[in-house]
Design a protein around this ligand. Structure first.
Ligand code: ATP
Ligand code: MG
Length: 726
């Protein structure tokens, strides 16, 4: 590609940033103004025009998905194959991914075993629980999750247990103790949690000057996207790596900082200006993504936050269509409405993948998912119950992990009695205790116990059985291809059998998932590295969880939380569950700081939309087993009326729940003409009410009705004799 083409489709400010001489840069600009585009073009410019070697470039983005997209966009700009030589050697990834890569190459210097394992948050919680046992701590006083939260929070700030001065505070004293014991357990098992990846590699640089120098010399250009969401350790990591010589370009938007709850610091933006020399600041104000209406709505919402760095975005685009607002009767109706809208959209010749459904909390996805399933519409969920987090998959991965490292306690613990092989919980506890007391792995403790006949003959045999199984698996799979290893292990560990015997849908789904794991292994392409394909696969499964849910290339509607939508854009965007209590989340509504973070999240959500935005809310929502009646989210009310079009006529959008309108909805079943969601009905005993939900068919069909005086009830249609009111 010639140079002109590279910079032609950039505006002046973007071009200046892309073509600047080597210098530190901060690009501070609103959503959709081309920040990521500037980063990608800058890399292309460096390689193509300045003759910089890809080897000298390190780019950090926020998600694995974003990293992949960056590579794709680069290769199309440079007209090179994605894995091709033009890009080879360039480090593009997330902070965690890059830190992991570093530790994998320098495990020895970092004081880790070669085959250290990554703990995801579920594994981490298990380790915390074990630590509690050892310390004899009461989890009703100090909840497990609180400790986990504390540990991660400290690590994100770069603080080790030994650095904490607890004074007389019992909370801090306890947390410090848990943290220290947790560190010890991880050390012993060669386990590294997510926050540790960064902290450890940061410490590695501080203690190994030569190594640091090597990387400082290597990475002459560092580019960081979504800079507003870096936390303290990430910032320190960058700063140390950049040293005096590397040039850093950081792009971000203070209005899109949404990870404060995980330690992100907006202040890093101001720090950057001070800590780095001669920082050129670029502001971009033209938005290229959204229609005028969407943009104005976003601006109107974010204006309600105090303390903004302040920027105004404009677009040369037309105003486009108004934002649709649909008041659903309940979450079922909401899901059904969204499915209908997507179908219409696809019938008009659009792709499924151009539509995204965004929601505040993962728990909302299930109902949506079910509606899509019922309709046979392809969808893909990012996050939530991820493929690699499913129980059966984690079990299979644990076996695979043990092939590489028997001292992996988290894996050992997970499967030494899964499927059940007669190792009772008392024996399990004893093994844990022996491992702790002897400061060895659970595997070693088991070997010792078997050799010394510590347990009853029965328990000893069961344990021996597991040890023999590990040996057999190891021997049989040596030299096998990755997918064959997975298949062999799933079959011969007894896992497959175990789930096949499980009754009903669930067992079936688990068996299918296990098969899917073999498929995933087959499709897995190992990068060039010293690791075995199995090891690489396990690492990528741990790091990349969530991206493997469905076929990447299948045309499917995208569903994800608002948090995971950062940086992305879609022609049609649904914001589901726009209700007080849900969004803003009830935990955040009372605290000004957290409310502002929620508002930034709303801003992120709205600005994902390119052509059309549809917002929905449910007047009645079943959440965690109870019905809640929420008011319309304040974030919707902050958008001036003129940009919103209500899909169903209501007297006032800000009015709380009202069922007074007559509506036209789909009938529940043909057997009961005139009855549909939202229909007003009369019941002999309970009086007047409104239909909220229905389930079942034929004689089993039931409806949920909210009666004006008698509250909410489920009724079997066959007996209820409901009369529709007009
Ligand atoms: P976010 O804050 O959401 O991450 P961003 O600032 O990174 O947004 P980009 O994703 O880089 O914005 O750009 C938004 C959209 O606008 C993209 O589709 C991009 O291709 C397009 N775009 C950016 N700059 C230009 C330009 N100068 N001409 C045409 N299209 C542009
Ligand atoms: Mg971006």
């Amino acid at each position: 590609m010639d140079v002109n083409e590279l910079i032609n489709d950039l505006n002046d400010a973007q071009r200046q940033a892309v073509c600047a001489p080597p210098t530190n840069q901060l690009v501070l600009a609103g959503a959709g103004s081309g920040k990521t585009r500037v980063l990608v073009h800058r890399i292309a410019w460096l390689v193509q025009v300045e003759g910089v070697s890809p080897h000298e470039i390190l780019a950090v983005t926020f998600t694995n998905k974003a990293a992949r997209e960056m590579r794709e966009r680069l290769s199309s700009l440079l007209q090179a194959a994605p894995g091709g030589s033009m890009l080879r050697g360039m480090w593009v990834g997330t902070f965690h991914g890059l830190a992991h890569r570093l530790l994998k190459s320098h495990w020895h210097e970092a004081g880790l075993p070669e085959n250290f394992q990554i703990l995801d948050s579920d594994d981490q919680l298990r380790v915390v629980k074990r630590v509690y046992q050892a310390l004899n701590l009461d989890d009703s006083r100090w909840p497990f999750k609180q400790s986990q939260w504390f540990i991660n929070g400290q690590k994100d700030e770069g603080v080790r247990a030994q650095h904490i001065t607890e004074g007389h505070d019992p909370y801090l004293t306890t947390m410090k103790m848990v943290y220290a014991a947790y560190e010890e357990a991880c050390e012993r098992g060669g386990m590294v949690d997510f926050a540790e990846l960064l902290l450890r590699s940061h410490e590695l640089w501080l203690k190994d000057a030569n190594l640091l120098k090597h990387y400082q010399n290597r990475f002459k250009y560092i580019l960081v996207d979504e800079f507003q969401d870096t936390n303290a350790v990430q910032y320190a990591w960058l700063r140390v790596l950049a040293g005096q010589t590397s040039k850093v370009i950081a792009v971000g938007d203070d209005d899109q900082s949404i990870y404060g709850w995980r330690g992100a610091r907006i202040e890093n933006i101001q720090k950057f200006e001070k800590d780095f020399e001669q920082v050129e600041i670029t502001r971009l104000e033209q938005n290229y993504r959204s229609t005028g209406t969407i943009l104005k709505a976003a601006n109107a919402v974010i204006e309600n936050n105090a303390d903004r760095m302040g920027k105004s975005l404009w677009t040369s685009d037309a105003d486009g269509e108004p934002i649709d607002l649909y008041a659903a009767f309940n979450e079922q109706d909401e899901a059904r409405y969204i499915v209908d809208r997507v179908r219409t959209w696809v019938n008009q010749g659009n792709n499924y993948s151009d539509a995204a459904i965004l929601y505040r909390s993962n728990a909302q996805s299930r109902v949506l998912e079910e509606a899509f399933l019922r309709d046979g519409m392809p969808y893909r969920i990012y996050g939530g119950q991820r493929f690699y987090e499913r129980m059966e998959i984690r079990n299979a991965l644990a076996y695979l992990r043990l092939l590489g490292n028997r001292h992996d306690d988290a894996a050992f613990e997970r499967v030494f009695n899964t499927p059940t092989r007669g190792i009772g919980s008392k024996t399990q506890d004893d093994i844990r205790m022996m491992a702790r007391e002897q400061g060895c792995s659970m595997f070693q403790a088991t070997v010792g116990a078997v050799n010394h006949g510590v347990f009853t003959a029965r328990a000893t045999n069961a344990l021996k059985g597991f040890l023999v199984l590990l040996d057999e698996l190891q021997e049989a799979t040596t030299g096998m291809a990755l997918a064959d290893i997975a298949e062999h292990v799933i079959r011969n560990s007894g896992l497959l059998d175990f789930h096949q015997k499980e009754k009903g849908e669930r067992g079936q789904a688990r068996v299918e998932n296990l098969q899917e794991l073999v498929n995933a292994c087959r499709a897995f392409e190992a990068e060039e590295s010293d690791l075995t394909p199995l090891q690489e696969f396990l690492d990528s499964a741990a790091l990349d969880a969530g991206d493997a849910q469905a076929d990447d290339f299948e045309d499917a509607v995208q569903m994800m939380t608002l948090h995971s939508a950062k940086g992305l854009e879609f022609p049609l965007v649904f914001l589901a569950g726009m209700e007080e209590g849900l969004f803003p989340h009830k935990m955040s509504a009372e605290e000004p700081g957290r409310l502002e973070e929620e508002r930034r999240l709303a801003y992120v959500g709205i600005t994902r939309g390119m052509e059309k935005l549809v917002m929905t809310y449910a007047e009645c929502r079943r959440l965690h087993g109870t019905d809640t009646f929420n008011a319309l989210s304040r974030f919707v009310r902050e958008i001036p009326d003129q940009y919103i079009q209500e899909v169903r006529i209501k007297s006032a959008i800000s009015r709380p729940v009202s069922y007074a309108q007559k509506v036209n909805t789909a009938e529940i079943t043909q057997d009961y003409p005139g009855l549909g969601l939202g229909q007003q009905v009369f019941h002999q005993v309970f009086g007047e009410g409104t239909i909220l939900q229905f389930e079942g068919q034929g004689n089993g069909a039931r409806v949920q009705v909210k009666f004006n005086t008698e509250g909410i009830k489920w009724l079997v249609l066959q007996y209820a004799k409901l009369e529709p009111l007009s």
